[in-house]
Design a protein around this ligand. Structure first.
Ligand code: FAD
Length: 450
């Protein structure tokens, strides 16, 4: 029987779901899948993006691990495509490759002052609090007043992590350095800014409601933002999610405030204008009030306002990174593709090369969405059988041999079990879910311990 030797690059949910869907699909060929991941541990943004105080979502790792444990997929962790393994290598050893490398960088926010000291990207902060091995161990948390720009779930994650008392994060898996950093933060006020109205936000009701439950944090919303126009009223009447969001805001507007030591302010209809600096450091945030334009968008009113802040975080979206030898759309930050089939500048399909997940369709959507995405891509991988590559060395042993010959210290699924058990054992005596190992070398050492 024909055998598909498939390489998948990126062991986030998109790559793992793609492998699972292919293995379970009805097909007239055998399959052997190798999954390459640049980090020593799999799961992508589920491990290094989802906030540590969302254990239910982090729990998706259990389902992803079951797929890796099926015995039909080999994981090669700590292997970076473009450095440890190249497109040429993949063509030599596989019939096809799927790239599921996601998005890890912050999208840009082009306003004056955005490069001042004290101005940060959400993705970097997320990587720090989620213990990503490739970012610095310390994070400057010296500001009392902080602005967060954006109205999606990531903006709310950032604001929550900044305003929450560190002790309330102790039961989670946060690494020790993150707890210490957050515990020393003098923050009193976090201001979240969105350019559109409260009924046009991108965050979900669950994430919003959670903010109102934070201990010793007052939620501050402003009456001027709740003078609904017809568009907002229609949205509340026709969309259940918007209706729930409206209900949450209504409750908060009726609440007494003033007793808490920290405040989380939500500002709507506020368009970023400038980050104001003093001696090269963030000192203020200038924004323009907007108003609905009657067509679902907003326009500036000319009413410019300013608040004092000492740090600013932009949470205006993630952005994919280009991969060696693979076309890249540098406007959208994705690999150009037709339903997952990678295409070149002339819209021609590049046979044998596929994409799925955030690197395929951009950094929007929840973990679940990567499943339907993977189904579409896998359908094409299966149907394109006539155009698969013909590898010169398809045998499975040749790949670990190649990596070893290059001195790559790769990890595997047993290694993840070792690391998982180790992290759980670090957490147990302290009554915590787990304590993450952060250093890359340490992750590899624990994973590969005999
Ligand atoms: C801060 C944040 C919080 C989120 N919270 C939630 C939530 O609560 N609930 C929810 O449903 N969704 C959440 N999401 C969305 C969810 O994380 C994404 O939908 C999902 O992770 C996208 O999956 P992916 O596999 O495409 O990308 P990723 O999860 O980014 O996985 C890509 C993988 O590819 C690897 N990789 C990249 N380049 C290379 C290379 N050159 N060589 C080898 N490997 C490489 C990366 O290391 C990574 O492991 C959140 C996202 C963010 C950013």
């Amino acid at each position: 029987m024909t055998k598909l030797r498939l390489a998948i690059v990126g062991a986030g949910p998109a790559g793992i779901y793609a492998a699972d869907i292919l293995l379970k699909a009805e097909k007239n060929f055998d399959v052997s899948i190798d999954l390459f991941e640049q980090l020593p541990a799999p799961y992508g943004l589920v491990r290094y993006g989802v906030a540590p105080d969302h254990p239910r979502i982090k729990g998706i790792i259990t389902a992803l691990r079951d797929v890796l444990d099926s015995g039909q997929i080999r994981l090669f962790g700590n292997v970076t495509y473009g450095r440890d393994i190249t497109l040429e290598d993949l063509k030599k050893h596989y019939n096809a490759v799927i790239f599921s490398t996601g998005a890890i960088r912050d999208a840009d926010l082009d306003i004056p002052g955005i490069d001042l000291g004290g101005s940060y990207g959400a993705a970097d902060f997320v990587s720090w609090f989620d213990g990503h091995p490739d970012v610095a161990r310390t994070w400057p948390l010296e500001a009392k007043e902080i602005a967060v720009i954006g109205n999606g779930n990531v903006a709310l994650d950032i604001a929550r992590m900044l305003v929450k008392h560190a002790d309330d994060l102790l039961p989670t898996e946060i690494p020790a350095n993150v707890y210490e950093g957050l515990a020393s933060s003098p923050v009193t006020d976090v201001h979240v800014f969105g350019r559109r109205g409260p009924m046009q936000v991108k965050f979900t009701p669950l994430e919003l409601r959670e903010l109102g439950e934070l201990r010793d944090v007052d939620m501050i919303v402003h009456d001027e933002d709740f003078d609904y126009d017809e568009g907002a009223r229609n949205a509340i009447a026709s969309n259940k999610q918007v209706m729930v969001i409206d209900r949450v805001f209504t409750q908060w507007r009726a609440r007494e405030t003033g007793a808490a030591s920290r405040r989380l302010h939500l500002h709507f209809f506020s368009k970023p204008v400038e980050v104001v600096g003093e001696d090269g450091q963030v000192a203020g945030f200038r924004f323009e009030r907007t108003t609905p334009d009657g067509e679902g968008g907003v326009v500036g009113t000319g009413d410019i306002r300013e608040i004092p802040i000492q740090a600013i975080y932009r949470a205006v979206g993630y952005f994919g990174s280009p991969l060696d030898g693979i076309p890249f759309d540098d406007k959208r930050g994705v690999i150009p593709n037709r339903e997952g089939q990678v295409i070149d500048d002339n819209d021609e399909q590049l046979h044998g090369i596929y994409a799925t997940g955030w690197i395929k369709r951009g950094p929007v959507g929840l973990i679940g969405h990567t499943k339907s995405d993977a189904m579409e891509t896998i359908k094409h991988v299966m149907n394109d059988q006539a155009n698969w590559w013909t590898p010169a060395e398809p045998d499975e042993a040749s790949v670990p041999e190649l990596l070893a010959s290059r001195g790559v210290e790769f990890t595997n699924i047993d290694g993840w079990h070792n690391l998982d058990a180790h992290e759980l054992s670090l957490g147990e005596p302290e009554g915590r879910i787990r304590i993450k190992v952060v250093e890359r070398d340490e992750m590899v050492r624990v994973s590969n311990a005999k």
